[in-house]
Design a protein around this ligand. Structure first.
Ligand code: PLP
Length: 365
């Protein structure tokens, strides 16, 4: 296709490489005609979603012709109770992805700098490009955020820093002391987004829960999602908690009905089923152990992960192994777009899916 409108497109948009999602099961079915496929590529919940969320959607179906509540009133009430945070400090998004981008659009433009870590979540550099800001990638330390170096990278042009804890795709984590000295070092004129998409899976007690720091740091924005441990990825619903002022700016930019009705009722119901979340977390713990033990037996190294996925090192063969796994019906995620060309990211599935991956791996190695 030869471009016709290129000269009309904003220069920063021309250079954007679109976000590459995990390959859908239906696509692999079309391509290879396979019946038995395990998708371990998008950090989804292998347990599905809470029955309470599914029932709430069934009841809500009769309202399908109506616009959703543009203020997400009920969901914010339920979240407010759950988080012990005022409703006016909560913004709902079409996935946390939308909110991560909106924050960039609220605070950054041409000439500003946005800091994120090497191997940080792909949406951060994409957002920097979208808003025309300069993305400043700070080298990682042992595949993890180097928070000290990130604080040192702040210049008078820095408007925003994105950090993910745990990080995707590496699964790495920072503890309380490291986080607290980082927040002390960052000027209060710089916004910090703490992306906690995977917090439910974290096992270490040294985890700094972002909500505990909001009162002390008015420049802090905590981001969370219903896509992972709550199993609502397809509904697209996430939230941010921050000062009332920051939330009001985000709300100015939100599309009028950015969170659909089914997402709202399902998320509210899912929050009230913490038993399901605990079950999901336990399944993930066991599945991660199943996969990591199998990798260790095969003498394959991986990055220790606190999320629902693990980044596995296959060296020069990563791309070839990915293709071979696809032919065995196992979809994992190449992460060369992160510069992790020697790795593949494997989401933790249920016991049978994990075994499918392990068996396929034995055959392709
Ligand atoms: C670190 C991180 N943050 C945010 C998101 C966005 O999730 P969602 O838009 O589904 O809430 C993801 C999705 O994979 C992620 O890995």
């Amino acid at each position: 296709m030869s471009p016709i409108f290129e000269h009309l497109v904003q220069p920063q948009i021309q250079s954007i490489q679109p976000y590459v999602p995990g390959k859908p099961v239906s696509e692999l079915q079309r391509e290879l005609g396979l019946k038995h496929i395990s998708k371990l590529a998008s950090n989804e919940n292998p347990l599905g979603a809470s029955q309470k969320a599914l029932s709430a959607i069934e009841v809500a179906l009769k309202d399908i012709a109506r616009y959703p509540d543009g203020n997400t009133f009920y969901l914010r009430e339920v979240l407010s109770d759950f988080l012990s945070a005022p409703t006016n400090q909560i913004a709902l998004g079409n996935g946390s992805n939308e909110l991560l981008e909106l924050v960039g659009r609220v605070f950054c433009g041409q000439g500003d700098e946005i800091i994120y870590s090497q191997y940080g979540f792909a949406v951060y550099p994409i957002t920097a490009q979208i808003v025309g800001a300069t993305g400043v990638e700070v080298p990682a330390k042992n595949y993890a955020h180097d928070l000290q170096a990130m604080a040192r990278a702040v210049t008078p042009k820095t408007k925003l820093i994105y950090v993910a804890n745990p990080n995707n795709p590496t699964g790495t984590l920072f503890g309380r002391a490291e986080w607290e000295s980082f927040m002390k070092a960052v000027p209060d004129t710089v916004m910090v987004v703490l992306d906690e998409a995977y917090l439910e899976y974290v096992e270490t007690s040294d985890y700094p829960n972002g909500l505990d720091y909001l009162a002390q740091y008015p420049n802090l924005i905590v981001s969370r999602t219903f896509s992972k441990a709550y199993g609502l990825a397809s509904l697209r619903v996430g939230y941010m908690v921050a000062s009332e002022e920051i939330i009001s700016y985000i709300n100015r930019l939100r599309a009028p009905f950015n969170v659909n009705h089914f997402a709202q009722v399902a998320a509210a119901a899912a929050l009230q089923d913490q038993q399901f979340v605990l079950q999901s977390v336990e399944l993930n713990r066991q599945g991660k152990q199943q996969i990591c033990e199998a990798l260790a037996r095969l003498d394959i190294s991986f990055i220790h992960s606190e999320g629902n996925f693990v980044c596995v090192e296959f060296g020069d063969k990563a791309s070839e192994i990915n293709t071979k796994l696809l032919h065995h019906g196992v979809i994992v995620r190449p992460v060369s777009n992160y510069g992790l060309t020697r790795f593949l990211r494997v989401s933790i599935g249920n016991r049978a899916e994990n075994q499918h991956f392990i068996d396929a791996l034995h055959q392709v190695l």
